[in-house]
Design a protein around this ligand. Structure first.
Ligand code: F6P
Length: 362
Protein backbone atom coordinates (compact mmCIF):
# COMPACT_ATOMS: atom_id res chain seq x y z
CA UNK A 1 0.00 0.00 0.00
CA UNK A 2 1.51 3.35 -0.95
CA UNK A 3 0.06 6.71 -1.84
CA UNK A 4 1.44 10.08 -2.93
CA UNK A 5 -1.72 12.10 -2.16
CA UNK A 6 -1.52 14.54 0.77
CA UNK A 7 -3.51 12.92 3.54
CA UNK A 8 -4.90 15.36 6.10
CA UNK A 9 -6.03 13.58 9.23
CA UNK A 10 -7.37 15.08 12.44
CA UNK A 11 -7.44 13.43 15.87
CA UNK A 12 -9.39 14.09 19.01
CA UNK A 13 -9.88 12.30 22.31
CA UNK A 14 -13.14 12.96 24.11
CA UNK A 15 -14.91 11.99 27.35
CA UNK A 16 -13.29 10.43 30.40
CA UNK A 17 -9.73 9.41 29.66
CA UNK A 18 -8.30 5.92 30.00
CA UNK A 19 -5.10 4.04 29.36
CA UNK A 20 -4.01 3.44 25.74
CA UNK A 21 -5.51 6.56 24.11
CA UNK A 22 -1.99 7.55 23.11
CA UNK A 23 -1.17 3.98 22.06
CA UNK A 24 -4.19 3.99 19.74
CA UNK A 25 -3.30 7.32 18.10
CA UNK A 26 0.30 6.16 17.74
CA UNK A 27 -0.99 2.99 15.99
CA UNK A 28 -2.99 5.04 13.48
CA UNK A 29 -0.09 7.41 12.76
CA UNK A 30 2.44 4.60 12.41
CA UNK A 31 0.10 2.79 10.03
CA UNK A 32 -0.33 5.97 7.99
CA UNK A 33 3.25 7.16 7.97
CA UNK A 34 4.46 3.72 7.02
CA UNK A 35 2.19 3.68 3.99
CA UNK A 36 1.63 7.29 2.91
CA UNK A 37 4.22 9.74 1.71
CA UNK A 38 2.47 13.02 2.40
CA UNK A 39 0.80 13.28 5.72
CA UNK A 40 -0.61 16.27 7.56
CA UNK A 41 -1.70 15.56 11.11
CA UNK A 42 -3.89 17.80 13.24
CA UNK A 43 -4.51 17.27 16.93
CA UNK A 44 -7.66 18.94 18.29
CA UNK A 45 -7.21 19.82 21.94
CA UNK A 46 -9.48 18.83 24.82
CA UNK A 47 -11.98 16.74 22.92
CA UNK A 48 -14.78 18.19 20.81
CA UNK A 49 -14.01 21.62 22.30
CA UNK A 50 -10.88 21.72 20.12
CA UNK A 51 -12.92 21.01 17.01
CA UNK A 52 -15.67 23.47 17.97
CA UNK A 53 -13.32 26.37 18.77
CA UNK A 54 -10.59 25.60 16.24
CA UNK A 55 -8.08 24.83 18.97
CA UNK A 56 -5.62 22.48 17.32
CA UNK A 57 -1.94 21.72 16.84
CA UNK A 58 -0.23 20.73 13.64
CA UNK A 59 1.62 17.54 14.56
CA UNK A 60 4.24 15.31 13.01
CA UNK A 61 4.61 11.52 13.21
CA UNK A 62 7.42 12.17 15.73
CA UNK A 63 4.86 13.66 18.12
CA UNK A 64 3.22 10.25 18.25
CA UNK A 65 6.47 8.44 18.86
CA UNK A 66 7.45 7.26 22.34
CA UNK A 67 3.88 7.36 23.64
CA UNK A 68 2.93 3.68 23.45
CA UNK A 69 3.23 3.29 27.21
CA UNK A 70 2.16 6.79 28.21
CA UNK A 71 -1.14 7.05 30.10
CA UNK A 72 -3.69 9.85 29.62
CA UNK A 73 -3.91 11.63 26.28
CA UNK A 74 -1.39 13.96 24.69
CA UNK A 75 -4.33 15.93 23.24
CA UNK A 76 -6.23 16.43 26.48
CA UNK A 77 -9.91 15.62 26.80
CA UNK A 78 -13.20 16.99 28.08
CA UNK A 79 -16.81 15.98 28.27
CA UNK A 80 -19.14 17.76 25.83
CA UNK A 81 -22.47 15.99 26.48
CA UNK A 82 -24.25 14.77 23.36
CA UNK A 83 -27.57 16.11 24.64
CA UNK A 84 -26.07 19.62 24.61
CA UNK A 85 -24.39 19.40 21.23
CA UNK A 86 -27.31 21.04 19.38
CA UNK A 87 -27.61 23.77 22.02
CA UNK A 88 -25.61 26.91 21.14
CA UNK A 89 -22.89 27.82 23.67
CA UNK A 90 -23.05 30.88 25.94
CA UNK A 91 -21.87 33.06 23.04
CA UNK A 92 -24.42 31.68 20.63
CA UNK A 93 -21.92 29.46 18.78
CA UNK A 94 -23.63 26.63 16.90
CA UNK A 95 -21.33 23.78 17.94
CA UNK A 96 -22.15 21.41 15.09
CA UNK A 97 -21.76 24.11 12.43
CA UNK A 98 -18.50 25.25 14.04
CA UNK A 99 -17.10 21.70 13.95
CA UNK A 100 -18.04 21.35 10.29
CA UNK A 101 -16.46 24.67 9.40
CA UNK A 102 -13.19 23.87 11.18
CA UNK A 103 -13.04 20.48 9.52
CA UNK A 104 -13.55 21.98 6.06
CA UNK A 105 -11.25 24.94 6.70
CA UNK A 106 -8.39 22.50 7.23
CA UNK A 107 -9.52 20.48 4.25
CA UNK A 108 -9.35 17.31 6.31
CA UNK A 109 -9.71 13.90 4.68
CA UNK A 110 -10.92 12.44 7.92
CA UNK A 111 -11.04 12.82 11.67
CA UNK A 112 -10.20 9.97 14.03
CA UNK A 113 -12.32 10.23 17.16
CA UNK A 114 -11.39 8.29 20.26
CA UNK A 115 -14.02 8.01 22.97
CA UNK A 116 -16.85 6.17 24.64
CA UNK A 117 -20.60 6.07 24.14
CA UNK A 118 -21.36 9.80 24.23
CA UNK A 119 -18.40 10.57 22.01
CA UNK A 120 -19.59 7.94 19.57
CA UNK A 121 -23.03 9.56 19.32
CA UNK A 122 -21.46 12.88 18.38
CA UNK A 123 -19.14 11.11 15.92
CA UNK A 124 -22.21 9.58 14.30
CA UNK A 125 -23.87 12.99 14.14
CA UNK A 126 -20.80 14.41 12.38
CA UNK A 127 -20.98 11.48 9.94
CA UNK A 128 -24.62 12.35 9.26
CA UNK A 129 -23.49 15.93 8.68
CA UNK A 130 -21.14 14.70 5.95
CA UNK A 131 -17.77 14.52 7.73
CA UNK A 132 -15.48 11.55 7.27
CA UNK A 133 -15.06 10.04 10.72
CA UNK A 134 -13.52 6.94 12.21
CA UNK A 135 -14.31 6.04 15.80
CA UNK A 136 -11.98 4.08 18.07
CA UNK A 137 -13.83 2.63 21.09
CA UNK A 138 -12.25 3.61 24.40
CA UNK A 139 -13.60 3.15 27.89
CA UNK A 140 -12.72 1.23 31.00
CA UNK A 141 -16.44 0.42 31.22
CA UNK A 142 -16.44 -1.84 28.11
CA UNK A 143 -20.01 -0.81 27.39
CA UNK A 144 -19.81 -0.04 23.67
CA UNK A 145 -22.01 -2.18 21.42
CA UNK A 146 -20.49 -3.81 18.33
CA UNK A 147 -17.13 -4.61 19.91
CA UNK A 148 -16.33 -7.30 22.43
CA UNK A 149 -13.67 -5.21 24.04
CA UNK A 150 -12.84 -1.54 24.34
CA UNK A 151 -9.37 -0.27 25.07
CA UNK A 152 -8.70 0.77 28.65
CA UNK A 153 -10.92 -2.03 29.93
CA UNK A 154 -8.18 -4.62 30.42
CA UNK A 155 -5.80 -2.08 31.99
CA UNK A 156 -8.53 -1.04 34.42
CA UNK A 157 -9.28 -4.68 35.27
CA UNK A 158 -5.62 -5.09 36.20
CA UNK A 159 -5.67 -2.06 38.50
CA UNK A 160 -9.00 -2.90 40.15
CA UNK A 161 -7.86 -6.51 40.58
CA UNK A 162 -4.66 -5.41 42.24
CA UNK A 163 -6.62 -3.12 44.56
CA UNK A 164 -8.89 -6.00 45.61
CA UNK A 165 -5.86 -8.32 45.96
CA UNK A 166 -4.31 -5.85 48.39
CA UNK A 167 -7.55 -5.59 50.36
CA UNK A 168 -7.70 -9.39 50.47
CA UNK A 169 -4.56 -9.75 52.55
CA UNK A 170 -5.47 -7.09 55.08
CA UNK A 171 -9.08 -8.32 55.28
CA UNK A 172 -7.80 -11.83 56.02
CA UNK A 173 -5.42 -10.60 58.74
CA UNK A 174 -8.15 -8.65 60.51
CA UNK A 175 -11.10 -10.91 59.77
CA UNK A 176 -12.96 -8.00 58.26
CA UNK A 177 -15.68 -7.43 55.73
CA UNK A 178 -14.52 -5.10 52.97
CA UNK A 179 -16.31 -3.43 50.11
CA UNK A 180 -14.14 -2.36 47.17
CA UNK A 181 -16.05 0.03 44.93
CA UNK A 182 -15.17 -0.41 41.28
CA UNK A 183 -15.90 2.14 38.51
CA UNK A 184 -18.94 1.67 36.30
CA UNK A 185 -22.13 3.66 36.81
CA UNK A 186 -24.21 1.98 34.14
CA UNK A 187 -22.63 -1.43 33.55
CA UNK A 188 -20.79 -4.02 35.61
CA UNK A 189 -18.19 -5.43 33.20
CA UNK A 190 -15.25 -4.03 35.13
CA UNK A 191 -16.56 -5.07 38.55
CA UNK A 192 -17.49 -8.52 37.30
CA UNK A 193 -14.08 -9.17 35.78
CA UNK A 194 -11.97 -7.59 38.52
CA UNK A 195 -14.17 -9.28 41.14
CA UNK A 196 -13.75 -12.71 39.60
CA UNK A 197 -10.04 -12.17 38.98
CA UNK A 198 -9.45 -11.30 42.62
CA UNK A 199 -11.68 -13.95 44.17
CA UNK A 200 -14.31 -11.56 45.51
CA UNK A 201 -17.03 -13.43 47.40
CA UNK A 202 -19.87 -11.08 46.52
CA UNK A 203 -20.11 -9.07 43.29
CA UNK A 204 -22.78 -6.40 42.89
CA UNK A 205 -23.42 -4.87 39.48
CA UNK A 206 -26.06 -2.50 38.09
CA UNK A 207 -27.55 -5.20 35.86
CA UNK A 208 -28.45 -7.43 38.85
CA UNK A 209 -30.20 -5.45 41.60
CA UNK A 210 -29.27 -6.79 45.04
CA UNK A 211 -31.16 -7.59 48.19
CA UNK A 212 -29.22 -6.53 51.30
CA UNK A 213 -30.54 -9.56 53.22
CA UNK A 214 -29.12 -11.87 50.53
CA UNK A 215 -25.77 -10.07 50.80
CA UNK A 216 -25.83 -10.58 54.58
CA UNK A 217 -26.75 -14.26 54.10
CA UNK A 218 -23.68 -14.68 51.88
CA UNK A 219 -21.43 -13.05 54.51
CA UNK A 220 -22.89 -15.26 57.27
CA UNK A 221 -22.47 -18.36 55.12
CA UNK A 222 -18.77 -17.63 54.88
CA UNK A 223 -18.53 -17.13 58.63
CA UNK A 224 -20.24 -20.51 59.14
CA UNK A 225 -17.72 -22.07 56.77
CA UNK A 226 -14.96 -20.77 59.01
CA UNK A 227 -13.93 -17.82 56.83
CA UNK A 228 -13.38 -14.79 58.95
CA UNK A 229 -13.40 -12.25 56.16
CA UNK A 230 -15.52 -11.38 53.13
CA UNK A 231 -14.72 -9.29 50.08
CA UNK A 232 -17.43 -7.49 48.14
CA UNK A 233 -16.68 -5.98 44.73
CA UNK A 234 -19.39 -3.37 44.23
CA UNK A 235 -19.90 -1.34 41.06
CA UNK A 236 -20.45 2.41 41.46
CA UNK A 237 -23.82 1.89 39.82
CA UNK A 238 -24.90 -1.16 41.83
CA UNK A 239 -28.49 -0.77 42.89
CA UNK A 240 -30.63 -2.45 45.53
CA UNK A 241 -33.88 -4.13 44.59
CA UNK A 242 -35.63 -1.52 46.72
CA UNK A 243 -34.08 1.36 44.76
CA UNK A 244 -34.63 -0.37 41.44
CA UNK A 245 -38.35 -0.43 42.26
CA UNK A 246 -38.44 3.38 42.68
CA UNK A 247 -39.65 5.57 39.88
CA UNK A 248 -36.93 7.50 38.01
CA UNK A 249 -38.05 10.68 39.77
CA UNK A 250 -37.98 9.12 43.23
CA UNK A 251 -34.54 7.58 42.62
CA UNK A 252 -33.15 10.88 41.37
CA UNK A 253 -34.50 12.63 44.45
CA UNK A 254 -32.84 10.04 46.68
CA UNK A 255 -29.51 10.51 44.86
CA UNK A 256 -29.77 14.28 45.30
CA UNK A 257 -30.31 13.92 49.04
CA UNK A 258 -26.77 12.46 49.13
CA UNK A 259 -27.09 10.77 52.49
CA UNK A 260 -24.08 8.62 51.57
CA UNK A 261 -21.10 9.39 49.30
CA UNK A 262 -21.96 6.30 47.23
CA UNK A 263 -23.89 3.03 47.21
CA UNK A 264 -21.00 1.21 48.93
CA UNK A 265 -21.24 3.38 52.04
CA UNK A 266 -24.99 2.94 52.14
CA UNK A 267 -24.67 -0.83 51.88
CA UNK A 268 -21.88 -0.91 54.50
CA UNK A 269 -24.10 1.06 56.87
CA UNK A 270 -27.08 -1.20 56.26
CA UNK A 271 -25.03 -4.35 56.90
CA UNK A 272 -23.64 -2.89 60.13
CA UNK A 273 -27.06 -1.76 61.33
CA UNK A 274 -28.62 -5.16 60.63
CA UNK A 275 -25.78 -7.37 61.93
CA UNK A 276 -23.36 -5.33 63.99
CA UNK A 277 -20.59 -6.40 61.57
CA UNK A 278 -18.11 -3.63 60.90
CA UNK A 279 -17.62 -3.00 57.16
CA UNK A 280 -14.74 -1.06 55.63
CA UNK A 281 -15.04 0.64 52.24
CA UNK A 282 -12.18 1.21 49.79
CA UNK A 283 -12.63 3.26 46.61
CA UNK A 284 -9.75 3.03 44.10
CA UNK A 285 -11.61 5.62 41.97
CA UNK A 286 -9.73 7.25 39.13
CA UNK A 287 -6.58 5.18 39.70
CA UNK A 288 -8.51 2.68 37.55
CA UNK A 289 -8.20 5.01 34.56
CA UNK A 290 -4.64 6.06 35.20
CA UNK A 291 -1.11 4.94 34.49
CA UNK A 292 0.39 2.96 31.69
CA UNK A 293 -1.73 0.70 29.45
CA UNK A 294 -1.28 -3.03 30.05
CA UNK A 295 0.35 -5.15 27.30
CA UNK A 296 -3.06 -6.42 26.09
CA UNK A 297 -4.27 -2.84 25.49
CA UNK A 298 -1.00 -1.89 23.78
CA UNK A 299 -1.42 -4.74 21.31
CA UNK A 300 -5.14 -4.06 20.86
CA UNK A 301 -4.51 -0.37 20.17
CA UNK A 302 -1.68 -1.02 17.76
CA UNK A 303 -4.03 -3.29 15.83
CA UNK A 304 -6.98 -0.88 16.03
CA UNK A 305 -4.64 1.83 14.81
CA UNK A 306 -3.45 -0.30 11.91
CA UNK A 307 -7.03 -1.05 10.87
CA UNK A 308 -8.04 2.60 11.17
CA UNK A 309 -5.06 3.61 9.01
CA UNK A 310 -6.04 1.01 6.38
CA UNK A 311 -9.62 2.35 6.38
CA UNK A 312 -8.35 5.93 5.95
CA UNK A 313 -6.12 4.94 3.04
CA UNK A 314 -9.02 3.04 1.45
CA UNK A 315 -11.37 5.98 2.02
CA UNK A 316 -13.75 3.81 4.06
CA UNK A 317 -15.33 6.10 6.67
CA UNK A 318 -18.25 6.26 9.06
CA UNK A 319 -17.22 3.22 11.07
CA UNK A 320 -16.11 2.23 14.51
CA UNK A 321 -13.18 -0.17 14.49
CA UNK A 322 -14.32 -3.02 16.73
CA UNK A 323 -12.94 -6.32 17.86
CA UNK A 324 -15.07 -9.44 17.49
CA UNK A 325 -13.68 -12.94 18.12
CA UNK A 326 -10.20 -11.35 18.20
CA UNK A 327 -10.66 -10.06 14.64
CA UNK A 328 -10.92 -6.39 13.77
CA UNK A 329 -14.18 -5.31 12.21
CA UNK A 330 -15.48 -2.05 10.77
CA UNK A 331 -18.86 -1.44 12.33
CA UNK A 332 -21.10 1.22 10.74
CA UNK A 333 -21.64 3.95 13.33
CA UNK A 334 -25.35 4.19 12.60
CA UNK A 335 -25.73 0.56 13.71
CA UNK A 336 -24.21 1.05 17.16
CA UNK A 337 -24.35 4.71 18.16
CA UNK A 338 -26.46 5.20 21.27
CA UNK A 339 -26.50 1.54 22.28
CA UNK A 340 -25.23 0.38 25.64
CA UNK A 341 -23.61 -3.06 25.97
CA UNK A 342 -24.53 -4.37 29.42
CA UNK A 343 -23.84 -7.61 31.25
CA UNK A 344 -26.58 -10.14 30.58
CA UNK A 345 -27.65 -11.58 33.96
CA UNK A 346 -28.35 -14.88 32.17
CA UNK A 347 -24.95 -15.05 30.47
CA UNK A 348 -22.53 -17.94 30.90
CA UNK A 349 -20.00 -15.89 32.84
CA UNK A 350 -22.62 -15.02 35.48
CA UNK A 351 -23.77 -18.65 35.63
CA UNK A 352 -20.17 -19.81 36.04
CA UNK A 353 -19.54 -17.26 38.78
CA UNK A 354 -22.67 -18.38 40.63
CA UNK A 355 -21.71 -22.05 40.14
CA UNK A 356 -18.47 -21.49 42.04
CA UNK A 357 -20.37 -19.79 44.86
CA UNK A 358 -20.02 -16.09 44.08
CA UNK A 359 -23.08 -14.23 45.34
CA UNK A 360 -24.65 -11.44 43.29
CA UNK A 361 -26.98 -10.60 46.15
CA UNK A 362 -30.04 -11.60 44.11
O1 F6P B 1 -16.85 6.25 31.70
C1 F6P B 1 -15.69 5.99 32.37
C2 F6P B 1 -15.80 6.32 33.83
O2 F6P B 1 -14.54 6.13 34.39
C3 F6P B 1 -16.85 5.55 34.60
O3 F6P B 1 -16.48 4.25 34.94
C4 F6P B 1 -17.04 6.44 35.79
O4 F6P B 1 -18.27 6.20 36.39
C5 F6P B 1 -16.94 7.80 35.20
O5 F6P B 1 -16.16 7.68 34.03
C6 F6P B 1 -16.31 8.83 36.09
O6 F6P B 1 -16.38 10.06 35.45
P1 F6P B 1 -15.58 11.36 35.87
O7 F6P B 1 -14.16 11.17 35.48
O8 F6P B 1 -16.22 12.44 35.12
O9 F6P B 1 -15.68 11.47 37.36
Amino acid sequence: MSTKKVMRVGFLTSGGDCQALNAAMRGVVKGLSNNCENLELYGFLNGYKGLIYGDFKLLTPQDFSGILTKGGTILGTSRVPFKEIRIPDENGVDKVEAMKQNYHKLNLDCIVILGGNGTQKTANLLREEGLNVIHLPKTIDNDIAGTEVTFGFQSAINIATEAIDCIHTTAASHNRVFIVEVMGHKVGWLTLNAGMASGADIILIPEIPYDTDKVIEAIKRRTKEGKGFTILAVAEGAISKKDAALSKKEYKKKQEEKKYPSVSYELADEITKKTGIEVRVTVPGHTQRGGSPCPYDRVLCTRLGAEAAKAIIEGDFGNMIGNVHRELVRVPLEKVAGQLKSVDPESQIIKDAKFVGISFGD
